[in-house]
Design a protein around this ligand. Structure first.
Ligand code: ZN
Length: 231
């Protein structure tokens, strides 16, 4: 089966995806700087490295920073452009009540910030446990371990947060357009869950999602999407 393209009416090319990408890029750049710093290289000034690490995390988790980014002029223009593309493709008016969209975005922002803080706590705890049981021998090793865990999990979390948001937004948009039923679509590659592959091509009602899987795009890292069925 040929690999399917993501439909262009799908949401994830909007500002939130850009925000997550920039957040990851900022974090990686910061980690490179931290790793090159004399404190880190010497592996002795644990307190200084720890402080810098925590500053990094604060700078990428702060909800107000995310909010400022999402409401900046360039992002608003970006959203408008994406919105027009979406509308042209569907040839329908997809304008949602502003409050509904704002609520979705607000919920997403707070979940994103909370997930990120929880991730930091778990990575910190795991590193401390590793140090306590003698699995790592130096401060540098302990910090390297923490960074590696943090970056790889943050990246997978970012992807999941975007697909979940996309799933919810698509559901809201289709609901607002009066779409009652959809065809479950998958990417058609080897990474698709078996239970989702079983739904591929089947018609479901928005009022009654498939019991086993829930709505497309909402399970962890799910890349499936609902193709709307018109009248
Ligand atoms: Zn899926």
């Amino acid at each position: 089966m040929p690999k399917r393209q993501t439909p262009i009416w799908q949401y994830p090319s909007a500002a939130e995806r850009t925000f997550m990408t920039r957040r990851m890029a900022r974090m990686r750049a910061f980690l490179v700087r931290l790793r090159r710093s004399p404190e880190f290289q010497s592996g002795t000034n644990a307190a200084a490295v720890e402080r810098t690490f925590l500053q990094l995390v604060a700078s990428v988790t702060e909800a107000s920073a995310a909010d400022a980014f999402l409401t900046s002029a360039s992002v608003i223009r970006f959203n408008q452009r994406e919105g027009r593309k979406l509308a042209a493709t569907l040839k329908r008016d997809l304008r949602l009540p502003g409050t509904e969209l704002a609520e979705l975005r607000l919920a997403w922002l707070s979940t994103t910030a909370n997930d990120f803080s929880a991730l930091l706590r778990s990575v910190r705890d795991e590193t401390e446990t590793a140090v306590a049981v003698g699995k790592v021998t130096t401060v540098t090793q302990a910090l390297e371990l923490r960074m590696k865990l943090f970056v790889s999990r943050a990246a997978s979390q970012a992807t999941d947060q975007i697909t979940t948001l996309n799933g919810r937004l698509t559901r809201t948009l289709q609901g607002a357009m009066g779409v009652e039923r959809f065809i479950w679509r998958t990417r058609g590659d080897a990474k698709v869950r078996l239970s989702h592959a079983a739904n591929d091509g089947q018609t479901f009602s928005w009022a009654q999602p498939p019991i086993l899987t829930g709505y497309p795009g909402e399970e962890f890292n799910c890349r499936c999407w609902p193709e709307p069925i018109g009248d």
